[in-house]
Design a protein around this ligand. Sequence first.
Ligand code: DAK
Length: 261
Amino acid sequence: MDYSNIVLDQPEAGVYCLTVNRPKALNALNADTLDEIAAAIAQVRCDQAARALLVTGAGEKAFVAGADIAQMQSFGPADAQAFSERGHRALRALEMLPLPVIALVNGYALGGGCELALACDWIIASERAMFGQPEVNLGVVAGFGGTQRLPRLIGRARALELLVTGRIVKADEALRIGLVNQLVAPERLRETGLEVARTIASKGPVAVRLTKQMVQRGQDMDLANACQQEAYAFALTCATEDQKEGMRAFLDKRPAKFLGR
Ligand code: DAK
């Protein structure tokens, strides 16, 4: 598939990398970019051999510096709602993709860029990364889930402070408050992402997919029902050849060879 605003490549077997590629506008998200992100996620979703997805931004300076302000400035309410729904659609597709999705944040992750990173399963950031929700500086609220996903990740008080002040958080603070899982030197970011993706790809694929789905869906369920879902998922993994192979390999003291079925 041809894309103009993103690049979707497969650096290794089973590992996809989606790069937002508008470096002249610091990878700002316009409507076409959001649609391309949604299309790319659908493409990855169709690939049974996919094991992990990395999401990053082109260039040295930005992951994504926000929704495209040039496009938004003339919006009336109807355009704004359509744009916001477009963003929600793309980010929800990312969140519900039954594969681990890791954001590799290489620079500014502001507004819609921070929200894109928040829709990924976790964030690995360069020591130069900066995060923030500066929408209030522009007289708008966050439009792609920031008011919901940020408090769920870092807690209500910290999130609300960032959302109403627009304060920019540097990488070390982002690590301290649990916004990112890991910091690495800028030149190590892609390789670190690939190492993590490789580790994931070496595990039982059905188990990995179900684990993501359990964690994702369980957040919106009560504990008893979520644990019941987990029991069903566990039962399902015991119907796979991979479960037999994984446990046999442990007892034989050798690495497992998983087939994804
Ligand atoms: N949109 C469009 N262009 C952007 C951009 C953005 N968000 N951020 C940067 N650019 C462009 C700049 O205009 C500039 O373009 P040229 O002038 O070269 O043509 C180019 O990228 C380089 O930027 P700077 O020259 O400004 O670079 P600096 O290093 O000086 O500054 C910066 C970097 C990241 C501090 C600065 O660019 C900046 O403050 N950018 C804006 C950050 C920001 O405010 N982000 C949040 C955007 S608002 C909603 C839907 C969605 C949203 C809200 C509501 N609804 C529908 C309800 C989401 C909102 C946002 O994300």
